[in-house]
Design a protein. Sequence first.
Length: 272
Amino acid sequence: MARRTVGPRRSDSPRTYLRPTRIIGGLSVLALAGAVVWDLNNDEFWFRHTLFTALVASLIVVAVSAAVLNEVLERRQRERWSVLAQYALFDLVRTARLVWTGLLELAGLAPDEELDDGLLAAGSEAVLDTPRLAAAIDELLASADHREQLHRLIARGEEVLGRWADVMVNSGTYAETVDRHVELYSRLYWWGSVLDESDPLEEHLNRPRLSRLSPATQASGPIEDEWLRDNLVAIAQLAESLDRSSFELAMRIVPFEWWAAQLPDRPSTGTR
């Protein structure tokens, strides 16, 4: 049997937390249905083994009750904190969007259209064009001014993560999504530390020199621009993916129609 690769354990869906509960519930229902069918065909077995019958019945009741209770509690928790969860997700979306659109502008690939949904779609298309984005980032890294702007861009985000991580990871509904945002911020911190060492900002020059030693270079040795470029491409594409998926999740949590329904009724404009 193949061993799992060492690293973070995560699923592909933010609704994975439902699977264990529903699997237990489904198996319990199947067991109950099988017991009923068996009883209809041959009820003598259950009469002869009363202790076993009682144990099976108790296990089925406990499993079904636990599955139903877990589902109800999780649903109530999601509904109770849904507006807060949406607010937190929008905050995370804004930071993810800042990262990938900032990288796109620094690379000179930002579309020139009017500021609307079409512009965002065009930007997403540009980010997903890996060869073009990689070539543009190569040019970016060759410019000292652009490297400084890049350094300032990827130094952001930790405050947003610290504000919401503790709240969001306590719910299985959002833990997977937050985990992906943590990955983004970890990448930003990792490569920000590389630039702290190789191209320190003016405000970093007063720090102790040894404190600027990057964890990345400490772990793997000197970092070449080619490796940095590949990681910046991966960061931009991860941030764009998180922008889309987190926004879609936020709008499922509290639909736009609910917000519209909270608006006060407009006064009648009819004349008497």
